[in-house]
Design a protein around this ligand. Structure first.
Ligand SMILES: Cc1cc2nc3c(=O)[nH]c(=O)nc-3n(C[C@H](O)[C@H](O)[C@H](O)COP(=O)(O)O)c2cc1C
Length: 275
C-alpha cells in the first residue's frame, strides 16, 4: 500500500469533522499523485488515525529517552573558547503593547549601529531565558530548538565577526572574527547589505525530533515566528529598523556560520540598523 496521501481529496472537502472511519477508507482510495514536497511533508506529519502509530512513535518513546538522560539538558549551544561579552540589562520597554502592535512595520535596516543595550534588548525580547529557563517565546515541549547568531561589523561594544547569543547567560560569544560577505546571503542582493548588523535564527532540529519526529520541523518554523516577532516588536520600541527575511541562500549562511545545514538550519534573517 502506497503512503496515504489525502491530497486535494474532494470527498472530504468542506466536511467539518471527518470521522476516523471515513479517513481510513478515503485515504486508501484517494491517494493522489503529490509532487509538491510541502504537501508530502504536511501530509506525512499529520496527526490522523491512519498514521498515528508512525507520527507518534517518537512521542511515545520520549519519556523513556528523557528518563535515561544522565544530566539535565540545557538547550543551547555554547562557544566558551570565544570572547565573551556580557550584555547590559535592556530595561523596560518604553511603549505600551497596543502602541507597538499598531506601529510595527518592516523597515529597511539602516547603517547606523544601535548601542549594546539596544542590541541586547532585541535579543532578550526574542530569546532570553529567565532563572527558571523559561523564554519569552513559547517552545513545544520546552525543548527550545532555536539559536541566534549576530554578524557585527562596526557594532558599538562588539568586535567585528560572528557572535552567538547565550540565552541563559545573556551574553554574546564570539564564534569567529571573520565578517562574512552578508550581501551574498540575500536573494535580494544589494538590498540588505548596508544594514548595521544581521541576526540569523537557526533551529537545531534533533532537539524537537527526539520527541515529535518529523512533525518537530513544523514546530521549529512556528517557534521562529514567535521569537522573531518579539524581537521585531522590541526593535520598534527602540527605534531600530528591521525586516524579517526568508529570502536567502541557505547553504551560504550555513557555510559561513560553520553549520552543517542538516541538523542545524537557518530559518530566518533579520537585518537591523538605525537610519
Ligand atoms: C516569513 C516572512 C518572510 C519574509 N521575507 C522577506 C524577504 O525575503 N524580503 C523582504 O524584503 N521582506 C520579507 N518579509 C517582510 C514582508 O515583506 C513584510 O512583512 C510585508 O510586506 C508586510 O509588511 P509589514 O511587516 O511592514 O507589516 C518577510 C516576512 C515574513 C513574515
Amino acid at each position: 500500500m502506497a503512503a496515504p496521501l489525502r491530497v486535494k481529496d474532494e470527498g472530504l472537502e468542506g466536511r467539518a469533522e471527518p470521522d476516523a472511519e471515513a479517513l481510513l477508507v478515503d485515504h486508501r482510495v484517494e491517494h493522489a499523485e503529490a509532487t509538491d514536497p510541502a504537501e508530502l511533508f504536511h501530509e506525512a506529519t499529520k496527526y490522523a488515525p491512519y498514521n498515528l502509530p508512525r507520527t507518534l512513535r517518537a512521542y511515545r518513546a520520549y519519556p523513556a529517552w528523557a528518563e535515561a538522560q544522565p544530566f539535565e539538558l540545557v538547550p543551547t549551544k555554547r562557544y566558551p573558547d570565544g570572547v565573551q561579552v556580557a550584555l547590559p540589562d535592556p530595561g523596560k520597554a518604553r511603549r505600551s503593547l497596543s502602541w507597538v502592535l499598531r506601529e510595527r512595520r518592516s523597515r529597511m535596516a539602516g547603517p547606523v549601529a544601535p548601542d549594546l543595550r539596544e542590541t541586547a534588548a532585541l535579543l532578550a525580547a526574542g530569546f532570553r531565558a529567565d532563572g527558571e529557563g523559561r523564554r519569552p517565546a513559547p517552545g513545544a515541549g520546552g525543548l527550545y530548538p532555536l539559536e541566534v547568531y549576530l554578524v557585527a561589523a562596526g557594532l558599538r561594544g562588539l568586535g567585528d565577526g560572528i557572535w552567538h547569543y547565550d540565552p541563559y547567560g545573556h551574553r554574546l560569544e564570539q564564534v569567529s572574527d571573520r565578517v562574512p560577505d552578508v550581501s551574498a546571503w540575500y536573494l535580494a542582493d544589494g538590498t540588505f547589505g548596508i544594514a548595521a548588523g544581521h541576526f540569523v535564527v537557526t533551529a537545531v532540529l534533533p532537539r524537537l525530533r527526539i520527541k515529535y519526529g518529523a512533525r518537530g520541523y513544523r514546530f521549529a518554523l512556528q517557534e521562529s515566528g514567535h521569537a522573531v516577532q518579539n524581537l521585531l516588536l522590541r526593535a520598534e520600541v527602540e527605534g531600530v529598523s528591521v525586516t524579517p527575511v526568508g529570502g536567502f541562500f541557505d547553504d551560504k549562511i550555513h557555510d559561513d556560520l560553520g553549520l552543517d545545514g542538516v541538523d542545524e538550519v537557518a530559518l530566518y534573517l533579520v537585518p537591523f540598523g538605525k537610519v
